[in-house]
Structure formats: C-alpha cells, structure tokens
Design a protein around this ligand. Structure first.
Ligand SMILES: [Zn+2]
Ligand SMILES: [Zn+2]
Length: 143
C-alpha cells in the first residue's frame, strides 16, 4: 500500500474551481466604484466553512480524491455563503478589509465587516457616515 502522499492542493481550491463559474462579480467596487482590479470577497471564509462542515460530516478532505468527491455537496449546502454573501471590491479595498478582519475573517465578524464596508462606502462618496453606522461599528467592536 502506497503511503498517503497527502494533498497536492489545498482543499478549498477544489471548491473554488468548481464554484467560480457561477460567481457573479459586479462591474465596479462596491465601495469606491472603480472598475479596475476587481476581486470577490466572501463575508464568510470558505476555508473555515469547509473545514467545519467536513469535520461535522466526518468527511476526509485531506486528499484530493476526498475533497473532490464531496465538493458538490458542500457547494449545494452553502449556496448563500458562496454566491449571495459576497461583495465585489477593488484590490485596494479588499486588502484593506482583510488587514482589519484577518486573512480568514471569523464567522461572527460578518456584521462588523458589513458595517465597515458601509462606512467606507459613505466616506468614498463624500458623505459623513450616519451616526448610527459609526456608533454601531466602532463602539460595538469593543464590547
Ligand atoms: Zn474600491
Ligand atoms: Zn476577501
């Protein structure tokens, strides 16, 4: 029996490959409206979702065969997270978001991410963010 050589690829990449075809990127950055260097952001880290899901289902995704055989099921069960809970950003704003929330933002940070995005958007359009947005974001972040 050959030794398990492990993954050739990170499991989440198999999911991205498959799901990517259906991603609909907007035509402009949600925050600043630029049309250059657009990237899709998932409010829910797909890496974290996938790992939690595989653990719960007792699926072995440590090999390429393992992840490929279950990825359709994962995509089906996470339609909202994969296709709806997303925003299109320019590279600059995407990097800025991850600098604040981390490379794989924790699942409970979704609302904070959304608030942050709305504040940046208001700033970019030259408006003063509404008081409730500011209070909600900056103060609740420390509670
Ligand atoms: Zn932008
Ligand atoms: Zn992102």
């Amino acid at each position: 029996m050959a030794a398990n050589t492990g993954n050739n690829r990170i499991p989440v990449k198999w999911v991205r490959d498959k799901a990517k075809a259906a991603y609909t990127k907007a035509e402009a950055c949600y925050i600043c409206g630029t049309t250059h260097e657009l990237e899709l952001h998932h409010f829910n880290s797909i890496t974290i979702l996938l790992e939690a899901w595989a653990t719960k289902k007792k699926y072995d995704i440590s090999t390429d065969d393992g992840i490929v055989s279950v990825r359709d099921e994962f995509i089906e069960e996470h339609h909202d997270e994969l296709y709806n809970q997303v925003r299109t950003f320019c590279n600059k704003h995407h990097v800025a978001l991850h600098r604040i929330f981390g490379k794989a933002p924790p699942p409970n940070s979704m609302h904070k991410q959304e608030r942050w995005v709305e504040i940046q958007k208001a700033k970019a359009s030259g408006e003063t963010p509404t008081k409730s947005l500011v209070v909600g974001s900056f103060f609740s972040a420390f509670t």
